[in-house]
Design a protein around this ligand. Structure first.
Ligand code: ADP
Ligand code: ADP
Ligand code: MG
Length: 467
């Protein structure tokens, strides 16, 4: 490793929050200087304090700051940053941004534009997966805006179906359709929602797989034809199609299926010559253990730490090395999987309505101890601005076994104090205490079951109190 040298001395981080802090730390460990960018609402943010330099790039609205390509490029040029790390969200999957970085002689720390474009269109990604013999969810190949054609496909696939956005992300615009009669209305509604969210109204249809599990495979490649996997993560526990709890390895999975998923992901990565970290997301039918590709995320993911904790790798540093044209620092056979890691996303939001609750953090005590990792950008007396994602901290616990990781997480969550704002900690505790979760019988509707249990408990209590 000592023979390797990074061609850049300064990196600009085009993001905010915990992920900006995560990337800044990796850069500093590599001896690279950092430039933070921030909106006027983020002048006091932790990432600004930790970086060597900072540049204000615009007003609070993300569209005018963190998504403002010309402001970001100007900041990089003005500070002499040779590379930009986009984090996740914002411009991390924006091929035009990567292209502009290239044109300005700035290294984009991410995949090739070609791969971002291919996978950014989920219908194209689906076809590509099929071409490389990666199984996909039964669904219409024809994507578009024509409701009659879409309804025809829905009949062919069989109800229930899921309407999804071609340009989708973050679970936006997804609609389950149980009956043909409701199809046209929901299609129209989805189309309007995704047009507003992504500027592209195109939709596609998939068979809705009930009680599915979300299992994804982390891959990483370099520009020397190496593509390897770092195992899988189960991210089934979700709210509104967004992940809340993630873990690695996936529980209750046969070795044969696990290996087949890894192999399928590496095969697709190798077939396209993928050169950064990326994730292939699959739905797994727990009854049959059949798995289906749903999309590839061409970026670092929120839940990457669980993989790091069981493989003892640093995915962000590795992503920087490969963006600099260096080979991966490990081969597939160097990677072993030790123990079990779980991550929870602590959001500043009402645990049951998911309504965001920004505001002043009044008292902060993060958990600690053996195998407990906290990725966060908050501090005592920090004011969480109302303009961005509600994710304020990730707690990651690693144990020798899944049971130990769960126990550690319960202790960590009970210790963690985030005063002044409402967080989803009580819900996270309920999830970890749930017997189905504890048994590893996770699926994407587990939260609905937990909510239903809660409602019944409350109703019983009310009846009890009335007696
Ligand atoms: P992951 O698979 O990494 O968990 P998510 O879908 O949860 O991915 O998205 C990660 C973050 O990226 C979210 O917290 C959100 O802020 C952001 N994000 C994802 N997709 C979009 C999008 N289409 N538009 C804006 N932000 C997005
Ligand atoms: P996004 O781009 O918003 O992340 P995905 O295609 O990755 O969209 O799907 C997000 C989540 O939606 C999945 O993790 C799963 O919970 C659910 N989902 C997606 N496709 C299906 C399907 N065909 N059947 C059942 N659930 C699905
Ligand atoms: Mg997804």
């Amino acid at each position: 490793m000592s023979t390797r040298k990074l061609p850049f001395k300064k990196v600009l981080i085009a993001n905010r929050g915990e992920i900006a802090v995560r990337v800044i730390r990796a850069c500093h460990e590599l001896g690279v200087k950092t430039v933070a960018v921030h909106s006027t609402a983020d002048a006091d943010a932790l990432h600004v304090k930790l970086a060597h330099e900072s540049v204000c790039i615009g007003p609070p609205a993300a569209s005018e700051s963190y998504l403002n390509i010309s402001a970001l490029i100007s900041a990089a040029v003005a500070t002499g940053a040779e590379a930009i790390h986009p984090g996740y969200g914002f411009l991390s999957e924006n091929a035009a941004f990567a292209e502009i970085c290239g044109q300005c002689g700035i290294t984009f720390i991410g995949p090739k534009e070609r791969h971002m474009r291919l996978m950014g269109d989920k219908a194209v990604a689906r076809r590509l997966a099929m071409k490389h013999e990666v199984p996909v969810v039964p669904g219409s190949a024809a994507a578009g805006t024509n409701v009659d054609e879409a309804l025809q496909s829905a009949h062919e696939i069989g109800f229930p179906v899921l309407i999804k956005a071609v340009a989708g992300g973050g679970g936006r615009g997804m609609k389950i359709v149980h009956q043909p009669e409701e199809f046209a209305r929901l299609f129209d509604q989805a189309s309007r929602e995704v047009e507003a969210a992504f500027g592209d109204p195109s939709l596609y249809i998939e068979k809705f797989i009930a009680r599915a599990r979300h299992v994804e495979v982390q891959i990483i490649g370099d520009s020397h034809h190496n593509v390897i996997h770092l195992g899988e993560r189960d991210c089934s526990t979700q709210r509104r199609y967004q992940k809340l709890v993630e873990e690695s390895p996936a529980p209750m999975l046969s070795d044969a299926t696990r290996a087949a998923m890894h192999q399928s992901a590496v095969h697709l990565g190798k077939s396209i010559g993928y050169t950064s970290c990326g994730t292939l997301e699959y739905l797994l039918d727990p009854a049959t253990e059949k798995f289906y590709f749903i999309e590839m995320n061409t970026r670092l993911q929120v839940e990457h730490p669980v993989t790091e904790m069981v493989t003892l790798t640093d995915i962000v540093k590795e992503q920087i090395w490969v963006a600099a044209g260096q080979p991966l620092s490990f081969k597939q056979e160097d990677i072993s999987f030790r123990g079990h890691a779980i991550e929870v996303r602590v959001n500043a939001e009402d645990p049951y309505t998911f309504v965001p609750s920004p505001g002043l953090v009044d008292g902060y005590h993060p958990p600690g101890g053996l195998g407990v990792r906290v990725e966060s950008a908050i501090y005592d007396r920090y004011r969480i601005p109302p303009f961005y994602d509600s994710l304020i901290a990730k707690i990651i616990c690693r144990g020798h076994t899944r049971e130990e990781a769960i126990q550690k997480m319960l202790v960590a969550l009970s210790e963690c104090i985030i005063g002044g704002v409402t967080t989803n900690q009580p819900l996270l505790i309920k999830i970890l205490e749930n017997p189905e979760f504890a048994a590893g019988r996770v699926h994407t509707k587990l939260l609905d079951v937990i909510f239903e249990n809660e409602k019944q408990k409350t109703a019983k209590q009310l009846v009890g109190n009335a007696k």
